[in-house]
Design a protein around this ligand. Structure first.
Ligand code: NAP
Length: 313
C-alpha cells in the first residue's frame, strides 16, 4: 500500500503557502521506513526553501519515521499521514554565525589599540595592562575562531539569518567597541596607571595565570564534547572527566573565569558589563542543558553534577 503524506501550511508557511496543501506519495517504502528526512527531501524537490515539518505540536526530527509520528497522526492507520510545514525563512550556518561573531572583536581591538590618535585625539604610551588586555582578548577570540573551524561539531546545520545580527551585537558591541574603547584610552595609559595595582607586574601575572588555566580548561571541555560525537553525526553523550565531574557545562564556567580574570585585571566597567551579560546568558543556557542531560540520560546522569558553577548552581 503506498504511503501518502499530506503537507499543509502552518502559520508561517510564507513563500510555500501558494503550492499547499500537497500530497507526497511513497510507493517503495512502508510507513515504518519513510523518515521525516525523506519527506523533507521530497518536499524540497518541489519547494527549494528551508522549512521544518511538524506534527500536531512540535518540529519533528529528520530521523523519525512516519510511524513514530503516528501517535500525533489521527489517520496513520490508513497509510495516510498529515504534517504541517513551517517556512524558516533565510538561513545561515551556525559555523558562519560563530565566525562572524568573533571576527568583530578581532577587527575592533586592533583598530582602537593601534590608532589611539584617531579614537582618542591624543597620543600616549600604552601601559602594560593595555598591551596585556589586547593580547589576551585577541588570543581568546582567535582560539574561538579556530575551535569553530576545527573542533566544534554542530548538530544544528542552520539558524535564521536575523540571528547573526543579534548574536554579533553581543560580541561586536560589548566585548568589541565598549571593552576596547574603555580599556585602551589615555585614562589607562602607562602614565595614568603609574604606581597603581594595575601597573604591578605580580598582579598582572596572577590575572594572566588564572586566564591561561581557564582557557586551557575551556579548550579541554570543547575537545571532550567533540570526541563524544563521531564526524557527520548528531550523537550526544555524557561528558566525563575533569571539570565535567562537577558541572554539566565547564566550558561556560571556564569562559566566565577567563573573563573574570580580565575584569579584575582591568577593573573596567565595560569588562564588568560584558561579564555580567555573558554570565547571565550562559547561566540560562546552562540550566537548560543541565535539565536536557537529566531528561535524556535519566539515572545514568551523574547525580551530584551541578549545571555551571561547582557545588553551587
Ligand atoms: N562570552 C559569552 O558570552 C559566551 C556565550 C556563549 C558561549 N561562549 C563560548 O562559546 C563556546 C561554545 O558555546 P556553545 O553555547 O555552542 O557551547 P555548547 O552548547 O557546549 O556546544 C559546543 C559544541 O559541542 C557540542 N556538544 C555539546 N554538548 C555535547 C554532547 N553532550 N555531546 C556531543 N556534542 C556536544 C555542541 O553541539 P550542538 O550543536 O549539538 O549544540 C557544539 O558543537 C562556549 O563553550 C564558550 O566558550 C561565550
Amino acid at each position: 500500500m503506498p504511503v501518502n503524506v499530506t503537507i499543509k501550511p502552518a502559520g508561517r508557511a510564507l513563500a510555500l503557502a501558494k503550492g499547499l496543501p500537497v500530497i507526497l506519495t511513497f510507493d517503495e517504502k512502508t510507513a515504518e521506513q519513510v523518515t521525516i528526512g525523506d519527506v523533507k527531501s521530497a518536499l524540497q524537490a518541489k519547494f527549494p526553501r528551508k522549512f521544518s515539518l511538524e506534527g500536531s505540536k512540535n518540529a519533528l526530527d529528520d530521523e523519525k519515521t512516519l510511524i513514530e509520528t503516528s501517535s500525533e497522526n489521527k489517520s496513520a492507520a490508513s497509510g495516510s499521514f498529515t504534517l504541517t510545514v513551517k517556512d524558516l525563512g533565510p538561513q545561515v550556518s551556525w559555523r558562519t554565525v560563530f565566525l562572524v561573531e568573533y571576527a568583530g572583536p578581532l577587527i575592533i581591538h586592533p583598530l582602537i589599540y593601534l590608532f589611539p590618535q584617531v579614537f582618542y585625539r591624543t597620543t600616549f604610551e600604552h601601559s602594560q595592562l593595555q598591551t596585556l588586555t589586547y593580547v589576551l582578548v585577541l588570543l581568546h577570540f582567535l582560539k574561538r575562531e579556530l575551535e569553530t573551524l576545527f573542533v566544534h561539531r554542530f548538530s544544528h546545520a542552520t539558524m535564521p539569518l536575523r540571528n547573526i545580527f543579534k548574536n554579533s551585537a553581543h560580541y561586536h558591541i560589548l566585548s568589541g567597541i565598549l571593552l576596547a574603547g574603555g580599556v585602551y584610552g589615555p585614562w589607562y595609559s602607562r602614565k595614568a596607571l603609574a604606581g597603581s595595582l594595575r601597573a604591578n607586574p605580580t598582579f598582572l601575572a596572577a590575572c594572566t595565570g588564572v586566564w591561561l588555566v581557564a582557557e586551557a580548561l575551556n579548550f579541554h571541555a570543547h575537545l571532550t564534547v567533540r570526541n563524544l560525537r563521531p564526524a557527520g553525526t548528531k550523537t550526544r553523550g555524557i561528558p566525563r572527566g575533569g571539570l565535567f565531574e562537577l558541572v554539566s557545562v565547564p566550558n561556560y564556567f571556564t569562559e566566565v573565569v577567563a573573563w573574570t580574570a580580565i575584569t579584575v585585571m582591568t577593573q573596567s566597567p565595560f569588562a564588568v558589563l560584558f561579564l555580567v551579560v555573558s554570565t547571565g546568558q550562559m547561566a540560562i543556557w546552562a540550566a537548560k542543558k543541565h535539565r536536557g542531560y537529566k531528561k535524556e540520560f535519566g539515572s545514568n546522569y551523574p547525580k551530584g553534577r551541578k549545571a555551571m558553577f561547582p557545588f553551587i548552581f
